[in-house]
Design a protein around this ligand. Structure first.
Ligand SMILES: [Ca+2]
Ligand SMILES: [Ca+2]
Length: 277
């Protein structure tokens, strides 16, 4: 009798294990953030609050940009979007940006999906104009992933790694293969809403497992694999961390023209399907 007395406990544990296995798989994917701008507000410090989450401003420039504005202009004609505006000026840089997520770990997928429109009152960019960027923590250098207008109305996605960089923690240096690697380009019209989803998985090492996917209007247009981001101690910078922050808004070289951009249904998720705006 003695040897069988634990049998019900063993059976119960086995059932629990099976139940856990069955339930855990679908929970792996998740929408982390959903910035639909409905019921959102912008406080006096230019922080965005949507569905109880605060997206802190990263704005060092309140002279050459306008305060972000909750607009009635949307793709569907209902609800709210977020309007960003940079003004014409000869200042070196213009910045009106908010953080979406900070200290995001490397070696895992995040998908950043949103709708956007460049207003017809905007001048064609004449210098770099970033609308979404991933910046590696602990390095004040250029972004490791940037969605940007490089010149004119060509939207591009560029990445950086140990071969491609332009500025590392105060050292103005260009990588052996150039300042950044372009992996996608698209000609954009003003006054047209577009959908984009950026899949981003930095590795920050030399094993080539970093990956970026660009879905444009529902079509996979770029699927790039390689080294993405910087390893610890790169070029002697001891505080480079294998985490990054995502910023959205406008960050550009100073230009003598207006740039107005609308953003809506910005989702951050662990799969493309969930991040589709
Ligand atoms: Ca909301
Ligand atoms: Ca909306």
């Amino acid at each position: 009798m003695q040897r069988y007395q634990h049998r019900p406990v063993v059976i119960l544990l086995a059932l629990l294990f099976v139940a856990l296995l069955t339930c855990s798989s679908p929970a792996l994917a998740a929408v982390n953030y959903n910035i639909d701008l409905e019921g959102a507000s912008i406080d006096s410090n230019w922080n965005l609050i949507d569905s109880g989450v605060t997206y802190a401003n990263n704005n060092y420039d309140r002279v050459n940009v306008a305060k972000p504005f909750l607009s009635l202009f949307t793709k569907t004609g209902t609800g709210r979007s977020l309007k960003f505006e940079a003004k014409p000026s000869t200042a070196v840089k213009h910045r009106v940006e908010n953080f979406s997520i900070k200290k995001t770990a490397f070696d895992q997928w995040k998908y950043y999906g949103f709708q956007f429109l460049v207003h017809g009152a905007s001048g064609d960019p004449t210098n770099w104009t970033i609308i979404n960027q991933n910046r590696q923590d602990g390095n004040s250098g250029s972004p490791i992933g940037a969605l940007w207008f490089t010149n004119g109305m060509t939207l591009a996605y560029d990445i950086r790694n140990t071969e491609y960089y332009s500025y590392i923690d105060g050292k103005d240096v260009i990588g052996p293969s150039g300042s950044s690697l372009n992996i996608w380009q698209k000609s954009i019209s003003k006054d047209v809403w577009y959908d984009i989803v950026i899949g981003f998985r930095p590795d920050g090492s030399a094993n080539g497992t970093g990956r970026v996917q660009i879905y444009f209007n529902g079509v996979l247009e770029a699927d790039w694999t390689g080294n993405l981001g910087f390893p610890d101690d790169f070029l002697g910078v001891t505080n480079i961390n294998r985490t990054y922050s995502n910023h959205f808004g406008i960050y550009r070289a100073g230009q003598n023209s207006t740039f107005i951009y609308y953003l809506d249904n910005f989702k951050i998720a662990t799969s493309y399907e969930e991040a589709r705006p």
